[in-house]
Ligand binder design. Sequence first.
Ligand code: AMP
Length: 114
Amino acid sequence: MPDTIFGKIIAREIPTDIIYEDDNVLAFRDVAPQAPTHVLVVPKRPLINLLDAGEGDTLLLGQLMQAAVHVARTLGLADGGFRVVVNVGPDGGQTVDHLHLHLLGGRHLTWPPG
Ligand code: AMP
């Protein structure tokens, strides 16, 4: 496991508010929420970002999306809608080098993002 903050969260070395977990995926609340609901959905396997995902990761990428939708439904976001964002690299705004989906909801989100 690379030494990222999310690796430590997955290893339970850092406490966090876990919303969902299965064999391959962990979802927990973002420490600096940008919306009333802001959850991060991460693979337990330490892919750096989408560029690091290969053909063998197709199923895992689907599982991440499905987990995000499951969490959105569970947290009551399905009716109002929500946004799923994946930041990749410096220009994408990625600050943690462990692939993660941002699930944002609970308010009207503007477009385009900054
Ligand atoms: P990104 O900028 O796309 O790489 O997103 C990284 C996200 O991780 C940011 O929204 C941070 O607020 C969040 N984050 C950083 N440290 C923690 C932590 N210990 N627990 C929960 N979220 C965190």
